[in-house]
Write a protein that binds this ligand. Structure first.
Ligand SMILES: Cc1cc2nc3c(=O)[nH]c(=O)nc-3n(C[C@H](O)[C@H](O)[C@H](O)COP(=O)(O)OP(=O)(O)OC[C@H]3O[C@@H](n4cnc5c(N)ncnc54)[C@H](O)[C@@H]3O)c2cc1C
Length: 535
């Protein structure tokens, strides 16, 4: 079949949030753009379509209204320490600084100018364990989730006054970038709808293909060296189309990849009851007041298994098991269970503030009922023996002993009730610490015992490791230009968003302060487009 040819000043590869923002900003600058995306038109927007919409933002009016005194200097300190960024990591550090200093204007103010709103309460997440994380609350939630963000930006892109300078090609997958005499001149690809090959010639090629964690094979291949080996069964919390093919093509042309073994995965996944693709998982925000156990029913550790402190550490501690269990009860689940993403947060997605408040105050029975109905990995039982039997039936292993499980829960419940024994379970101190922040107090039970009869039924949730974001990627300078393995600019080639490790090939280092991804995509896209327009 004949190859179809296209030509423009700019080629953007990838129609996620990073690609869309780049294309929009290039149009604003009067430049012509071809945006190709391998996914279908209805999935234009990439992962941001499913994202919750949490963003780490610094020194905002929402923070000030809650009495939080943040500053770029403080945020940068938290960021570098938590990410364990080394002093010689020039570009990741430069992007971390850029995020701290410029995200207020380039992300927060910009989104507000587009008519988007944040919820009034700011959240304190990733407090850190042995390494301190966020020292104050800076996690803002976009009212309407990632979905409203994507819809708003797509509308602006497609209704743009310079629309005739834009061509969007869905189901067009780039296979290789084209490089002549050291200069990138576009890409070759395939139109997956008609199977026709195509090529695009452009002065600037901007890679916005997302991370590499869209395939669990990539996650396993880049697994952190000093961790226990990857679990055999791993759920996919990203999108299989982000498979790293363009990363590899660029590395084959001498481009520099870095921090690929730094990832932002999650410890508490369940198979998606209505999967969008094979192996698709949902990431639960694990209930804090629960016992988190190994397949044999033993408490995990050594660090307390409580979310909100160090996601990386939680991942490391579950990684050595094929699956883990959380054991809790109805009352705890109703207050504490949440699922990351737009799909399972309809109150925020659909702007239902009164119902959101009602769920917050009275608990989210709807979600717990839905999960018990839809997911075989959620189990309810009236007593410990029955719960253990159901757990064993699900795992098809006889590893949970009902009386041992009951004894463990009873001991934990006694320790909860006896302040002199709080030290026996470091998790208790964590729960108390969490409840000191106003918004978390509303979402976290006050030392609720697990065995209490009227808080039942008992619930067990079987959890699997779930992949999500790549913290590493193509190394870029502050203009978004991709750098070679010798640290030189590769003419004509740029990278933005998760493909660039949110800037510099790994701006977050080993850990994110959380909610730095959507905002990192917007920041890198806007900076890069501005650099191209002002050249
Ligand atoms: C359920 C969920 C919840 C999340 N919640 C949050 C949150 O609250 N806060 C936060 O900051 N982040 C969150 N994230 C992460 C965030 O959504 C992503 O990091 C971000 O959207 C990545 O955007 P991107 O444009 O870089 O890449 P992507 O969204 O992955 O888009 C890349 C696009 O490139 C296309 N593509 C890939 N390869 C090719 C190719 N060879 N040729 C052509 N096209 C290609 C893909 O089809 C895709 O459309 C969440 C993610 C998920 C899945």
């Amino acid at each position: 079949m004949n190859e179809k040819h296209y030509q423009a000043q700019n080629l953007v590869i990838g129609g996620g949030i990073a690609g869309i923002v780049t294309a929009l900003e290039l149009l604003e600058g009067g430049q012509s753009v071809i945006l190709i995306d391998s996914d279908k038109r209805e999935r234009f927007g990439g992962l941001a379509l499913w994202a919750f919409g949490g963003m780490a933002l610094i020194d905002t009016p929402e923070q000030r209204r809650m009495g939080v005194k943040d500053s770029p200097a403080l945020a940068l300190q938290d960021w570098i320490r938590f990410g364990e960024l080394e002093a010689d990591e020039q570009w990741p550090l430069a992007w971390a600084r850029c995020y701290a200093e410029e995200s207020r204007t380039l992300v927060y103010d910009w989104l507000k100018s587009l008519g988007l709103k944040f919820m009034p309460a700011v959240n304190l997440v990733e407090r850190g364990e042995s390494i301190k994380g966020n020292t104050l609350a800076r996690y803002h939630i976009l009212w309407g989730t990632g979905r409203v963000l994507v819809e708003t930006l797509i509308r602006r892109l497609l209704d743009h006054a310079q629309r005739e300078k834009l061509l969007v090609l869905h189901q067009h997958r780039a296979i290789d970038i084209v490089c002549r005499d050291g200069v990138t001149t576009g890409c070759h690809g395939i139109d997956e709808h008609s199977d026709q090959p195509f090529s695009v010639q452009a002065d600037n090629t901007i890679v916005a293909t997302g991370g590499i964690n869209g395939t669990t094979e990539n996650v396993k291949k880049n697994w952190p060296a000093r961790w226990p080996g990857p679990p055999q069964r791993m759920l996919n919390g990203a999108c299989p189309l982000s498979d790293g093919a363009i990363h590899r093509s660029i590395a084959g042309n001498n481009g520099q990849l870095s921090h690929l073994d730094d990832m932002w995965n999650y410890a508490a996944g369940i198979p998606h009851p209505q999967p969008h693709f094979e192996g698709h998982g949902l990431s639960l925000i694990p209930c804090k007041t629960s016992l988190w156990l190994s397949p044999d029913g033993r408490p995990l550790g050594p660090a307390p298994m409580v979310t909100g402190f160090d996601t990386r550490q939680l991942c490391k501690q579950v990684a050595e098991y094929p699956y883990t269990w959380q054991v809790l009860n109805w009352k705890i689940a109703k207050k504490e269970l949440a699922i990351s993403g737009a799909e399972h947060n309809p109150r925020i997605l659909n702007h239902q503030f009164a119902r959101f408040l009602k769920d917050l105050m009275l608990g989210n029975s709807r979600l717990v009922k839905q999960m018990l109905m839809e997911s075989p990995d959620f189990i309810a039982a009236d007593n410990w023996q029955e719960l253990a039997e159901k757990m064993n039936r699900l795992s098809q292993e006889e590893r949970i002993d009902g009386s041992r499980l009951r004894a463990l829960a009873e001991d934990y419940d006694r320790a909860l009730a006896d302040p002199s024994r709080h030290g026996d379970y470091p998790q208790i101190k964590r729960i108390q610490e969490i409840r000191r922040w106003r918004t978390d107090k509303l979402r976290t039970c006050n030392l609720q015992s697990i065995g209490e009869k009227k808080a039942g039924p008992l619930i067990a949730i079987r959890l699997h490791f779930i992949s999500r974001k790549s913290l590493g990627g193509l190394q870029t300078d502050l203009q978004g230009r991709v750098l070679s393995q010798q640290g030189e600019v590769m003419p004509g080639l740029y990278a933005v968003g998760e493909a660039a490790g949110f800037g510099g090939g790994g701006a977050s280092g080993k850990r994110s302060l959380e909610g730095t991804f959507l905002s990192g995509c917007i920041l890198t896209a806007r900076k890069t487009a501005a650099a191209i327009c002002h050249r």
